[in-house]
Each structure stands twice: as C-alpha cells, then as structure tokens.
Design a protein around this ligand. Structure first.
Ligand code: GDP
Ligand code: MG
Length: 440
C-alpha cells in the first residue's frame, strides 16, 4: 500500500490549492487504508465525505505535495473525531465512593481490565475494591481474585448463588465500612449482544449509583465494534470505552468506528495480558496507526517543524540588525505571540535559561503587549528608529498619548535596551538546525 501511495504522490504535482481531482485521488487510497485497518465501512464512507468537503480548495503547505496535504487533513480530522485530548473517567469528588461498572462481550477483557484499572488507581492514591458480579462462570470469580491479589487490591465476592445486583449493593456497603473510595464492578458478558446481559447491566445501574459505565471492546473485533458500541450505548448507556488487545497486529480501526458511532471518549488502551499493560489513549498516535502511513506522517511533522524554524530565522535577522529600533521590537513581540507564545519559542532556542529566559518572558508578557504597543505607536517614527532622543518631555508626551504613567514609558525604554543588548550578546541564538527538534 505504501508503495502505491508514494506513486500517487509522485503523480500529483505541487500546486497552490487542492483541486477536487487531487483530493479524490488521495482519498481513494485513504479509503483503502481505513478499510484495511478494519474501520467500519459506513464510518469510512461518511468520514471520506466530510474530509472531501473540507479539503477541496485548501492551500497546500510549502514542502508538501497535494497528496501529502490531503493526508495531513485526514490525520487532523481523525484526531478531531477521536477527541483531541485525553479524557478522565468520571468520578465523585471528595470522600464519596466512586463506582465504575465494566461492560462488554465475553472475552473482551473486562475482568483483566478491571484489575488493571484498580492497580492504576491505587497507584494514584485511591483505595479500590474489585467486585465479582460475573456469577455465571465460577472461573470468572477466581480469575478476578487472582488478579486482585496480584494488584494488592481487595476483591469482594459472594460466590455464584446471589444476584449480581445484590452483590453490587453489598459491595458498596462493604466499601463504606472499609474506607474504600473506588468500587469497580466486573460483570458477565455474553458471546453476542443479548437481552439478558443488557437487562442485568441496566438493573445494576438502576440500583447502584454508577458514575461511569465503561465499555470494554476487543480491538480485534474491527468492523463489528460498531454494532457492539451502539447496542451498549443505546440499551445500557455508556460513558466511555477501553480498547483492549491493541498489542496485537490490528491497526485499531475500531477506535475510529466506536468514537464515530457512540461519540464516547476512549479512556485507555490495553496493550497486553500483564496487569501493567494499560496505557492512556492518545488520539494522534491512534490516528497514525490506523492510517498506517508512518512515513507520510513523519514527513508532515518535519515540514511543520521547518516552517517554525523559518520563522525563527527571520526573527533572528531582525534582532541582529544594527539599527534595531522600537518598530522591530514591536514586530518581534507580535511575531512571538503569533508563533504560539513563549513555550513554543523556547523549544527552538538551545541553551536558554535563568535570567535570559526571564528577560524574554518579560518582553512578551502577552497581557502587557497591548500597552506596549500603544506606547510605541505614540512615538514619532524618528523616536522609534532612534530611541536615544527620548528625553523627559518626549516621554511625557508618549505617556499622555497612550494613557499610561511616565514610569511605564521609562520601563519600556529600559526593557527595550536590555533586549537589544541581550540579542547582541547571543549571536546565532535562534539559528542552528537540528538540535532538539531533530531530524534534519
Ligand atoms: P472478559 O470475558 O471480558 O472478562 O475478558 P478477560 O478479562 O477474561 O480477557 C479475555 C482474554 O483476553 C484473557 O486471556 C486476557 O488475558 C486477554 N486480554 C485482555 N486484555 C488484553 C490486552 O490488552 N492484550 C492482550 N494481548 N490480551 C488481553
Ligand atoms: Mg470476565
């Protein structure tokens, strides 16, 4: 597939905007990639349509060809769809007991994941209690007990003679009496979606104050994940999803399908059978994996990084100019602001710290920026180009013109001079390729 893709890219010459033909050609390959990753075909169809609408007419970034530009848009849309940040599982605040219920088909990984979660939350300072509500398979209770012991987490069980609702209620009482603040209920699954299973989950939810119903889905189920997710969402109601068995060779198309259909967040992914193999879900990593276009993605990242570098180099030239005046100062401040604030800039500057860092931070304190701009705009062009002529009466005029106190004008002039001096002392501080951003 990768080879095919590269051919597509070769055939598309770089031009200003994405034409309908560019987008169609590239999306045909994306469609194949998504289907190969086992994304549900209905989801694929709809997704492709929405990207098509968004992509046509967009500017092609310098350094990318149209095909790659389409992939960039596809990737962004996938990340958007899967939720652009990580989501916490809903919990009660304070001392009250939080209750999570696992749901899912048999073999999806509920019991294992319940124990994984308990361990993770224990390490975050919670006091969990695992509850064995799968009474249909005696082995399930033992399995939970074994896993709970490994995690050092108590397992509440009443054997297989009681109703799951009664067990869940008794477990919450038990947690109250033992100062446990997180109850994780392991439930029974069936091989297929089944009314009895759904009813049982509904009943537990109705009788116990569940904060989050967590649907556990096997990532290998691929296309079928959509049916599972929508059935559980509709019948029981779910709050979020954990996708297991992502350590297998599946590309994880289920993640996209589930999110598209249920709209619910993915909290974690299971990355193996060991109880430590539970990882935070990162939409951007998942998008790359589903697309299976690692090469294209890293190219896109490089292009994005080099555009940032280009901006940094432009700014450096300004700083180095012999006649660095207030106009340049203002422009630099604005540029820094446009480049995404202080943190993104500091990333690009090797070896900056301590006082120098403070100086730069002072220079682009964003709240301050508007006032500084007002003062600079109140200066005459001569004053801006040659700050040395700023005497007291000129400063007073500037203060009046911009509605600030003269002490603030004095501070601005001082900061400007410090910045100018600092920039001279640091030849080439913005320059240099590679470094932390690597890859060039
Ligand atoms: P349940 O029926 O939903 O409770 O599923 P189980 O927790 O019993 O898990 C079924 C099987 O899947 C077990 O053999 C688990 O070890 C395995 N399993 C669960 N999660 C993962 C995972 O993230 N990766 C792998 N490789 N296996 C997993
Ligand atoms: Mg189980």
């Amino acid at each position: 597939l990768t080879e095919k893709l590269q051919n597509v890219f070769k055939n598309l010459r770089s031009k200003g905007r994405l034409t309908e033909a560019d987008v169609k050609t590239a999306l045909r390959e994306v469609k194949m990639a998504l289907l190969e990753a086992d994304v549900n075909f209905k989801v694929v169809k709809q997704f492709i349509k929405s990207v098509q609408e968004r992509a046509v007419g967009q500017d092609v970034m310098n350094g990318l060809n149209p095909g790659q530009m389409v992939i960039k848009i596809v990737n962004e849309e996938m990340v958007n769809l899967m939720g652009s940040e990580t989501t916490e599982i809903p919990s009660k605040q304070g001392k009250e007991i939080t209750i999570w219920m696992m749901a899912g088909l048999q073999g999806a990984g509920k019991t294992t994941t319940a124990a994984k979660l308990a361990g993770k939350m224990k390490s975050k300072g919670k006091k969990p209690l695992l509850v064995a509500c799968d009474v249909y398979r005696p082995a399930a209770i033992t399995q939970l007990q074994v896993n709970g012991e490994k995690q050092g987490v108590e397992v509440f069980s009443m054997g297989d003679k009681n109703h799951p609702v009664d067990i869940a209620k008794a477990a919450v009482e038990h947690a109250k009496n033992n100062q446990q603040n997180l109850v994780i209920i392991d439930t029974a699954g069936r091989l297929h979606i089944d009314e009895d299973m759904m009813r049982e989950l509904e009943e537990i939810k109705a009788q116990v104050d569940v904060d989050a119903t967590i649907l556990v889905v096997d990532a290998m189920t691929g296309q079928d994940a959509v049916n599972v997710a929508s059935a559980f969402a509709e019948k029981v109601g779910i709050d979020g999803v954990i996708l297991t068995k992502m350590d297998g060779d599946t590309r994880g198309g289920a993640a996209l399908s589930i999110k598209a259909v249920s709209g619910k967040p993915i909290y974690f992914v299971g990355m193996g059978e060991k109880l430590s193999d539970l990882e935070q879900f990162y939409p951007d990593r998942m998008a790359s994996r589903i697309l299976g276009m690692g090469d294209v993605m890293s190219l896109i990242e490089k292009v994005e990084a080099s555009i940032d570098e280009e901006k940094a180099r432009e700014m450096e030239k300004k700083f180095k100019k012999a006649e660095f005046g207030f106009d340049d100062y203002l422009e630099s401040m604005n540029q820094m602001k446009n480049m995404g604030g202080i943190s993104s800039i500091l990333n690009m500057l090797p070896g900056i710290g301590g006082n120098k860092l403070k100086d730069i931070e002072g220079m682009i304190d964003e709240k301050d920026l508007a006032r500084k701009e007002a003062m600079i705009l109140s200066m005459t062009p001569q004053e801006r180009a040659n700050p040395a002529i700023l005497n007291v009466s000129r400063k007073q005029r500037i203060a009046r013109g911009s509605g600030v106190d003269i002490s603030e004008v004095n501070r601005l002039v001082k900061q400007f001079e410090q910045t100018k001096k600092m920039m001279k002392q640091m030849p080439g501080m913005m320059g240099g390729r590679g470094g932390k951003r690597g890859g060039f």
